[in-house]
Design a protein around this ligand. Structure first.
Ligand code: ASP
Ligand code: MG
Length: 412
């Protein structure tokens, strides 16, 4: 029997009624002849509540016990989903991560899946079970302790099962009906995409489009797992939602697939650092050892042997970055005149695999921003993405103007 993986996020299992609705969707796929693996999240809000309880009980909590508590929300929904399906006369059984087992590293609260031996679940399918419901977000470490995969980790559980069982597809049921050209709350012209390439989705996911956990997309790309993102609140046809797939499976696409943005950016500059070999290495070693996630980097033209070094990082890491460079300065590792932090910036990016073969996207993007009177502070590019840092108050305007200029409301 072909295997289908269906993942239901927290809002899709938030009440017993919604679990029933999700179970009906599962029943439809079983009737088509699939063996179904259902991955469930905790009921919406549950994981936050559990995290809060842990922090309140023990501010410097033991990570093993954090995982023991925080993983429990998924156990509840897995059991309830199995019971609901049984009430519908669908042979179903629930599995916690350790029972499968979902083998992970021992990095508690941020574990990675290493292996999912399919034998236990396969044996049950062979005996006539039609649906295996697996608690998402959790696994077991080599030491035999419960682990969790990081917030949003059920997406990654789902993709990992699809890869391990060679599933025909991995359907991610959520509270939006697909992946959009940009956030519909920012541009009313945002359009749902029928298909998007793995690499584009990866850029959009890491740029702050929060539909899928970034790691789940990486995994899907590596194992070529077809992912479909769709709403659990609407009646679904076979081609509903957005298919995240290999670029070969996309016939026509716009040069720019989407506009992404992130409000949570800060720009920092070290004024007047020496311009000689090894200085950049020392600055960014200090930052990385200080736990700062640097994103964009710009080194200005040098004058008389001195230059300015600029980078961007998440806003909540500015204090850490400041301390890291100040410590490095007082230890004599680096030297600079002053450090400036600008926390009123936002990052706006255009993404599309078409950029590999089309020129002029950057020129057009900068033109559009200049026509709106928006100053660009930092620019970075990759093969399929151009990002700029601008004043945060212009972020919505920039997203709307770029969406219009690249005509993203129209399909290719
Ligand atoms: N329940 C977990 C969370 O809220 C995992 C997930 O739903 O993906 O992060
Ligand atoms: Mg999620």
């Amino acid at each position: 029997m072909p295997v289908l993986v269906m993942k239901f996020g927290g809002t899709s299992v938030a009440t017993l009624d919604r679990i029933r609705r999700a179970a009906k969707r599962v029943g439809v796929e079983v009737a088509k002849g699939y063996d179904v693996i259902v991955i469930v999240s905790a009921m919406s809000g549950k994981t936050n509540e559990l995290v809060g309880w842990v922090a309140e009980t023990s501010p410097l909590f033991d990570a093993r016990e954090y995982d023991a508590v925080v993983s429990s929300g998924e156990n509840v929904t897995a059991g309830l989903m199995a019971l609901t399906l049984q009430e519908m006369d669908v042979p179903a059984r629930s599995w916690q991560g350790w029972q499968v087992p979902v083998k992970t590293t021992s990095a508690h609260s941020a574990a990675r899946i290493e292996d999912i031996p399919p034998d236990n679940i396969r044996a049950k399918f062979d005996e006539g079970m039609k649906v295996a419901i697996v608690a998402g977000f959790q696994g077991v470490s080599p030491e035999g302790r419960i682990t969790t995969l990081g917030r949003g980790g059920s997406d990654t559980t789902a993709v990992a099962f699809a890869a391990a069982f060679d599933a025909e597809r991995c359907d991610i049921y959520t509270d939006v009906d697909g992946v959009y050209t940009t956030d519909p709350r920012v541009s009313a012209k945002a359009r749902k995409l029928d298909r998007i390439a793995f690499e584009e989705m990866l850029e959009l996911a890491s740029l702050g489009a929060k539909v899928l956990q970034t790691r789940s997309v990486e995994l899907a790309m590596r194992y070529k797992v077809k992912l479909r993102v769709l709403s659990s609140f609407e009646e679904q046809s076979d081609d509903a939602g957005t298919l995240v797939c290999d670029e070969e499976e996309i016939m026509e696409s716009n040069v720019v697939a989407g506009v992404a943005f992130s409000r949570d950016e800060a720009k920092m500059t070290l004024v007047s650092v020496a311009d000689r070999p090894g200085i950049a290495a020392r600055i960014f070693t200090a930052l990385s050892e200080g736990g700062v996630n640097v994103d964009m980097i710009v080194q200005n033209i040098a004058e008389e042997g001195r230059t300015d070094m600029t980078w961007s990082c998440p806003t909540d890491q500015v204090a850490r970055a400041q301390k890291a460079v100040e410590d490095a300065k007082s230890d004599g590792i680096i030297n600079y005149h002053e450090v400036i932090a600008d926390t009123d910036v936002a990052k706006v990016s255009v993404v599309g695999i078409g950029m590999r073969s089309h020129t002029g996207v950057a020129a057009k993007m900068f033109d559009v921003l200049s026509a709106e009177g928006i100053n660009i502070k930092v620019i970075t590019t990759s093969e399929i993405k151009i990002s700029v840092l601008i004043d945060r108050k212009y972020m919505e305007l920039a997203v709307q103007a770029l969406h219009d200029a690249f005509e993203l409301e129209k399909a290719a």
